[in-house]
Design a protein around this ligand. Structure first.
Ligand code: ZN
Length: 208
């Protein structure tokens, strides 16, 4: 929803509710981990009141362990944190689990995929950034396909149930390839919200 019209979040929720989208992806930026600030708890609470889809919250913030409870209380159903943003990834996973919500882990494009290996058996989802975290509307990094294959290998070895999500530059051209590489969840911002008919764009992506 980083690409949505923030002045009209109720109509955004209605559009999403009536669409084939399964989740709503919510990007939280703190101006420290990434050089940008997006939105926080009150916006999430407000969206939670109207949106019937799963709220997938992507934390681009330092020391995520400090804020897990508040995001869970505000309505997050999947909470994904950056491995680079904490010194205590295992503790973050434990704190998220204690809230009885799903847990995801993510890395930026310059972090080797093998750094995720110790955590794959403990999470529900790996989010692979296909642009650098921090801004909407960036171009997909083509080297991401190799990284997706590496993640798939680790998932097959340690936790076959684990989902793989990609975030950044997803469009109608790369969506079919992403699905064929085994990606389960596509995050699409500008491809959906800049479309003349966002619901149609969502359907078109799902049918890729
Ligand atoms: Zn995101």
């Amino acid at each position: 929803m980083l690409s949505a019209d923030f002045g009209n979040l109720q109509s955004m929720s209605k559009m999403i509710n009536d669409s084939r989208a399964e989740w709503l992806h919510f990007d939280v930026m703190d101006g420290v981990f990434v050089p940008n600030i997006s939105f926080g708890f009150p916006v999430l609470e407000s969206v939670k009141r109207d949106c019937t889809k799963l709220l997938d919250v992507h934390l681009m913030i330092v020391e995520p362990e400090k804020y897990v409870q508040r995001f869970a209380q505000a309505g997050a159903e999947m909470l994904t944190f950056h491995l680079e943003a904490t010194k205590k990834p295992l503790e973050v996973i434990k704190i998220i689990r204690a809230e009885n919500i799903k847990v995801g882990i993510t890395i930026n494009p310059d972090v080797p995929v093998k750094h995720l290996e110790p955590y794959i058996s403990k999470v529900d989802m790996v989010l692979l950034m296909t642009v650098f975290a921090g801004y909407g509307g960036q171009k997909f990094i083509p080297e991401s396909y190799t990284r997706i294959d590496e993640v798939k290998t680790l998932i097959a070895k340690h936790n076959p149930q684990c989902l793989i999500e990609v975030d950044g530059g997803v469009n109608f051209e790369n969506a079919p390839l992403l699905f064929s590489h085994g990606v389960n969840v596509l995050v699409a911002g500008s491809t959906v919200f800049n479309a003349a008919n966002p619901q149609h764009a969502i359907s078109r992506l799902l049918d890729c």
